[in-house]
Design a protein around this ligand. Structure first.
Ligand code: GDP
Length: 175
């Protein structure tokens, strides 16, 4: 579209993490400011765009969502191809989604560029009463692996903007 000529940079980023951690809703919150109570049944890769100003530059991020693929098989290498950033998501109310982070990092290391910027996100922070993963556990995992870390709520619109902007700023700074 005509917007491609107006932006200074266009880059691809991906959302990864177990099924139902909130990837689709983080993306729809960031790209369209929308939230859905039900999981979308869509199968296949989808993406959304959002442009942000960083300094005097206009950056357009093309962010891909697995849209359910992770339920059936490992995501293919084409999903990661050309990605400069990744938002790695777990659900603070389901410990298994946190334990599976190692699996996701292994996959990133296998298929993504070695210098990909990764932001770790513990989503559903609004469900604090059902919490199974402490903030400190997220923090220390992130520190150990050299990732940025934030807890978010796609539902309550907490830290979502900050998580994506952290990734976009970091990518911009290494470009
Ligand atoms: P995905 O499979 O990782 O893309 O997850 P979805 O975005 O489809 O979300 C799975 C379910 O979790 C849906 O029922 C969402 O409404 C819900 N969900 C997503 N984000 C949040 C959140 O921040 N808080 C709460 N309470 N529910 C959420």
């Amino acid at each position: 579209d005509s917007f491609d000529e107006e932006c200074d940079y266009l880059f691809k980023a991906v959302l990864i993490g177990d099924s139902a951690v909130g990837k689709s809703n983080l993306l729809s919150r960031f790209a369209k400011d929308e939230f859905y109570l039900d999981s979308k049944p869509t199968i296949g890769v989808e993406f959304a765009y959002r442009s942000v100003k960083v300094g005097d530059k206009l950056i357009k991020a093309q962010i891909w969502d697995t849209a359910g693929q992770e339920r059936f098989r490992a995501i293919t290498s084409s999903y990661y191809r050309g990605a400069l950033g990744a938002i790695l998501v777990y659900d603070i109310t389901r410990k298994t989604t946190f334990e599976n982070l190692k699996k996701w990092l292994r996959e990133l290391r296998e298929f993504a560029a070695s210098d990909i910027v990764i932001v770790l996100v513990g989503n559903k922070s609004d469900l604090n009463q059902s919490r199974q993963v402490e903030v400190e556990d997220g923090q220390s995992f992130a520190q150990l692996e050299g990732l940025s870390f934030l807890e978010t709520s796609a539902k309550e619109k907490l830290n979502v903007e900050e998580a994506f902007l952290e990734m976009i700023n970091k990518i911009y700074n290494v470009m």
